[in-house]
Design a protein around this ligand. Structure first.
Ligand code: 9MR
Ligand code: 9MR
Length: 763
């Protein structure tokens, strides 16, 4: 029932922008979602509290009670169905019941006065019949309701509905979107010593003049666009404008004809704050510790979540899910995965790994966290919060539990400390165990110089995990999951390989190196595919590989980077992520950031400037130079996401709650449209446009630890490579610098550098 509130939708139908309504619609728009119940889900259909319903054999079946009075006392319905005044509609459905009954099928206003422009009766029998009800709407309401009314029955019966379709209207689903200026820029800005390009949406087949305007509106540079042509992922015809040569600081806009971009900065310290905010995300989302106003400000402060204070059941003594095991574990702490309150080892380990790797790559940066100023660098303090949790998920035999989350899905909004659901520990898995082996080994190598005891614990856990995974190589987390995400994965050769590479990097033992069977490919890496991380782990200890193997490794990274560079250049919006099947994935923003990370690695290994430039230019896409003129990062850019799917940062649903904290990366366009808000509003979207800034769209607009770790990594890289590449980095004095085949001394090999000296920021 509470879908009413959950599906609050940000897009309003912009009637004024529509072409004059034709007498007859030229396209038939389906207005209901999930009318066939084929996937087994009933979302977003609801039924009255009196009328329990479920999906059964691909139909929605409801128990209609006896003894209610009004037709609307027993209903099945769907909300947020648009009605346009003057347009004809057709409601079609198949129904069957356990006895002959007459029900009402209607399209109506969902609130008072419940105007009902379309209504009809249906004589339902014990054999399925298909009904068709037509009518013309007399109201224009973007959020009307389809309902089947069964109240007033004298005897209880079961009613089943299937193949429900409601067609009509001329406004495309989701309305006409206002995408703002066709001149698309990085809305945060550009580094003086970095690439500066914009993308212009235009039908023009000839170059157009552009003007770079300073804060007073004066043109400080001019040039002509380059006609790019049709951009496949967005469906836009675009030009690019290149003002890389302009290096002065300030606030600017780019103008093409009368069209002016959002404002942006040219500034060398551009990424300093974002780098910190992207990392602050992790403290904000810690479980098991109060989030203090002193660190985050009053709006974001909250009591500790899941520490056993009612109504929380707490993570201090969590039982196994039925059948999983017969013990309880203390699995407090860690970070919440995303908008939900689950804690998942595979994703958590990847995010912790990425923060540690960011530290190795870019050094430390000051964070507003309770541990700041202690013996660990701040970034490692934050990663340790998760590492401690990961170690708690390990059993004495070395195997690691896959995840811990609520027994049933909770609704939104919900503060962590108010989550009353029982928490459950799910079975151990090979993948989770190997993730702990990998993260544990990395922890050992990087934390050793700061905290030997902790580092030793990490290595011991990693070795124990490795042995346990070898003994149990095929324990897989299932794809079905209630109350939390599945993070299912049935191919673990890649996890074995990554863990082996990290264990080699940590210990230098060749037997681990022999177990590395995967390398970096153009598919990069994700929580599910960690094969490429083996190469990234080895790259950090290249000096230990010996020149031939080091050379081969560089070759692999460069080959993959070349492909990403080509993909970036082949796209009008300069995104290094180009899915081979043309479909944007769940969390595509992180795919962009992690693809850029590979470009950054190629730069570190070769010092060839084009890789650094491409990595930095990738940030343009995330920060507004894209098909939707959308910054996917909260608080950064005039048109920044601010309604990400999050149970506490749920301002869109409850004004007393805060917006997502600045520096939070939205999942981004996702061709899959797996949530009702995306389905309602984005039907037929071009891949790069399948995104909506609505809290209900978890498939396009959630946040997640593994996505923010990617943003943190990339912004730290951009921040430390802000100026001229060969002057900026203290390690750039490599005589073989520009030679990609060079296996000479290299900063990426941490055995040769002091991580602190890589820090060009404060500390
Ligand atoms: O809030 C959940 C989000 O974190 C997950 O990524 C998503 C997919 O598993 O599911 C969200 O929860 C929804 C659930 O799947 C179905 N009922 C509505 C829940 C809240 O929108
Ligand atoms: O990031 C995950 C994505 O790769 C999967 O396709 C999707 C569906 O299983 O789940 C995503 O992870 C979500 C997790 O299941 C629950 N917490 C929120 C995560 C981000 O949406």
């Amino acid at each position: 029932m509470s879908f009413r509130s959950r599906l609050a939708c940000a897009l309003t139908v912009a009637a004024a922008l529509l072409p004059a309504a034709p007498a007859q619609a030229e396209v038939t728009y389906e207005r209901v979602l999930n009318g066939t119940f084929d996937g087994g889900s009933k979302e977003p259909w609801w039924s009255s509290e009196t009328t329990p319903s479920r999906v059964e054999a691909g139909r929605l079946c409801a128990e209609v009670p006896a003894g209610t009075v009004n037709p609307w006392d027993s209903m099945i319905g769907q909300n947020d169905v648009p009605l346009e005044n003057g347009q004809p509609y057709k409601l079609v459905f198949t129904a069957v019941a356990t006895k002959d009954v007459t029900i009402k099928a209607i399209a109506q206003m969902s609130g008072p006065p419940h105007t009902t422009p379309i209504a009809g009766g249906a004589d339902v029998t014990t054999t399925p019949r298909t009904f068709e009800i037509t009518g013309t709407s007399t109201i224009g309401e973007a959020k009307s309701q389809i309902a089947f009314q069964m109240g007033g029955a004298s005897e209880a019966y079961t009613l089943c509905l299937d193949d429900i379709s409601f067609t009509g209207g001329v406004i495309p689903p989701g309305g006409v979107r206002d995408l703002g200026s066709p001149v698309r820029v990085n809305q945060l800005g550009y580094l003086p010593g970095g690439p500066k390009r914009a993308t212009v949406v235009t039908t023009s087949r000839a170059p157009l003049p552009w003007r770079l305007l300073d804060a007073s509106g004066r043109a400080v540079a001019t040039g002509a666009t380059r006609v790019f042509g049709d951009d496949a992922m967005s469906g836009d015809h675009v030009h690019t404008a290149d003002f890389t040569g302009y290096r002065a600081r300030g606030t600017f806009r780019l103008a093409v004809g009368d069209e002016v971009s959002e404002p942006f900065e040219i500034n060398a310290s551009l990424y300093g704050k974002l780098r910190q905010d992207a990392l602050a995300y992790f403290y904000h989302n810690r479980s098991g510790i109060p989030i203090e106003a002193g660190h985050v400000g009053r709006a974001y402060a909250r009591p500790a979540g899941h520490m056993g204070v009612a109504p929380n059941r707490g993570d201090l003594d969590v039982p196994c899910a039925p059948g999983a095991c017969d013990y309880r574990m203390d699995v407090r702490g860690g970070w919440y995965d995303a908008g939900d309150h689950g804690k998942y080892v595979v994703n958590g380990a990847l995010a912790a790994w990425q923060l540690i790797d960011a530290y190795e790559q870019s050094g430390d940066v000051r964070l507003a966290i309770p541990e700041s100023g202690g013996r660990l660098p701040d970034v490692l303090d934050e990663a340790r919060w998760e590492l401690d949790f990961l170690l708690r998920m390990q059993r004495p035999d070395g195997m690691v539990h896959h995840k811990i989350h609520d027994a049933a899905w909770t609704g939104l909004p919900l503060r962590p400390e108010a989550d009353a659901q029982p928490r459950l520990l799910f079975p151990v898995s090979t993948a989770a165990t190997l993730n702990v082996a990998a993260a544990g080994a990395r922890c050992h190598r990087v934390y050793r110089r700061f905290d030997r005891a902790f580092s030793a614990r990490c290595l011991e856990a990693a070795r124990r995990a490795w042995k346990a995974a070898r003994a149990n190589p095929a324990l897989f987390a299932p794809a079905e999951s209630v109350g939390g995400g599945p993070y299912d994965d049935t191919k673990v050769s890649d996890e074995f390989s990554w863990a082996a590479a990290e264990l080699f990097a940590a210990t230098g033992r060749r037997s681990y190196l022999k177990a590395v069977t995967t390398g970096l490919t153009t598919e990069n890496f994700s929580w599910k595919d960690t094969g490429g991380l083996a190469d990234l782990a080895l790259a950090r200890v290249r000096g230990r590989l010996g020149p031939p193997a080091a050379l081969k490794l560089t070759g692999r990274v460069v080959r993959v980077a070349e492909r990403h560079l080509a993909d970036l250049r082949a796209q009008g919006y300069a995104n290094p992520f180009l899915p081979p099947d043309g479909k944007y994935v769940w969390g595509s923003s992180s795919a962009t950031a992690n693809t850029a990370l590979v470009l950054a690695y190629a730069y570190e290994l070769t010092r060839v400037p084009k890789y650094r430039e491409a990595a930095v230019e990738s940030l343009d896409y995330l920060l507004g130079r894209n098909a939707l003129n959308q910054s996917y990062v909260t608080g950064y850019g005039e048109r920044a996401a601010r309604n990400q799917h999050h149970r506490f940062w749920a301002h869109q649903l409850d004004p007393a709650l805060p917006y997502p904290a600045p520096g939070s990366l939205a999942g981004g366009p996702n061709s899959g449209l797996q949530d009702p808000v995306a389905q309602r509003n984005l039907q037929g979207c071009a891949p790069a446009k399948c995104y909506i800034d609505d809290i209900g769209s978890y498939a396009t607009n959630e946040v997640a630890v593994n996505w923010n770790s990617a943003l943190a990594w990339l912004t730290a890289f951009a921040d430390t490579h802000r100026t001229d590449p060969h002057a900026a980095n203290p390690h750039a004095a490599n005589p073989h610098a520009a030679d990609p085949r060079s296996a000479g001394p290299h900063p990426i090999d941490t055995h040769r550098i002091d991580p602190h000296s890589a820090d060009t920021n404060e500390r």
